[in-house]
Write a protein that binds this ligand. Structure first.
Ligand SMILES: [Zn+2]
Length: 315
């Protein structure tokens, strides 16, 4: 079945598609007596929960990142178990309500807490897939993340993250039954341990935080590396792109605004360095025209300029 065959749901026209998805996601809610997560089938067998455009907190249970799962004829792969143990449980419940198939894989797209803290709900799953740099990053940062958000862990014995059982150095093929996923390990980009997932049945690219939509990208790896990773992802010519934050859609609607922002960050930070400008000036001037284009711009843009400056001054 192609996307076009689905009655009354997704059209290839980007404008119609975005409108349809907007209406579907309006139904999302987290109930007071424990979270109940809404998952929308954005392509056949691909279920997505949209995170909120907020900073991570106890109030929102870390529900700020896009998480979801992909269903084959034999098993299910989870893509990020979410930002708290409670969200992980809610996700597991949602999967159980939808299919009797077992969860065979949990793919941890990268180390950030809003994507991994829900892992304890999937402790029995055999294949925990992560980038080969993930374990090192978890050793370096796990305790720090845990301290910052310890209130999210109702039971203090719950682990911060699942431990990977399959490490990806280049590419990994996963077969869920009539659905083969290609998991790619990227060189340093958003972080130094980013994975993307491509489903060849629906030509869906689950980019996770390699692509941010609406919410400002947050640089925690390499700016030049991130732009290169985006070039590699563009070559896939996916029909549907699922970002780590923000609404899914075509490459043009979802990824190109981020390419524009990152390219401006690169060129204008280089100019400031060439002019020996002070960093305190650079953070206010670099890519300033982007301020109206992104949610949470004030929270992350200056940090992005600072990281870009540190990376580029040694070129
Ligand atoms: Zn991230």
């Amino acid at each position: 079945m192609s996307l076009n065959d689905r009655p009354g749901t997704f059209q290839r026209s980007p404008a119609l598609w975005v409108l349809t998805v907007s209406m579907l996601f309006a139904a999302h809610e987290v109930q007071a007596n424990g979270p109940q997560l809404e998952f929308v089938e954005v392509a056949p067998g691909i279920y997505l929960h949209l995170g909120k455009h907020e900073e991570m907190s106890v109030d929102n249970l870390g529900d700020i990142a896009n998480i979801g799962f992909i269903v084959g004829t034999e098993s299910v792969a989870v893509i990020d178990p979410g930002g708290s143990p409670q969200l992980g449980i809610a996700m597991r419940d949602a999967i159980r309500d939808l299919t009797g198939l077992p969860v065979s894989h949990v793919i941890l797209t990268h180390i950030h807490p809003d994507h991994i803290f829900g892992g304890s709900a999937f402790a029995d799953v055999e294949f925990i897939v992560a980038h080969r740099n993930f374990v090192r990053a978890l050793a370096q940062r796990g305790d720090y993340y845990r301290e910052g958000y310890s209130a999210l862990f109702v039971d203090e014995n719950m682990p911060t993250s699942l431990q990977p059982t399959m490490e990806v150095a280049d590419k990994l093929r996963i077969d869920l039954g009539e659905r083969r996923l290609i998991v790619r390990a990227h060189k340093t980009a958003h972080t130094d341990n980013d994975l993307s997932i491509f489903d060849s049945v629906t030509r869906t690219l689950w980019a996770s935080d390699l692509i941010f939509a609406q919410r400002i990208p947050s640089l925690d790896g390499s700016l030049t590396g991130w732009l290169k990773a985006m070039d590699e992802l563009a070559v896939l010519q996916a029909d549907l792109v699922i970002p780590g934050h923000g609404r899914p859609g075509s490459w043009a609607t979802v990824a190109e605004p981020q390419q524009r922002y990152l390219n401006l960050l690169l060129s204008e930070t280089r100019e400031m360095i060439a002019r020996n400008a002070r960093l305190s000036d650079a953070v206010d001037k670099v890519a300033a025209e982007e301020s109206k284009s992104w949610i949470l711009y004030d929270s992350h843009h200056r940090g992005n300029v600072t990281k870009a400056h540190t990376e580029l001054e040694w070129e």
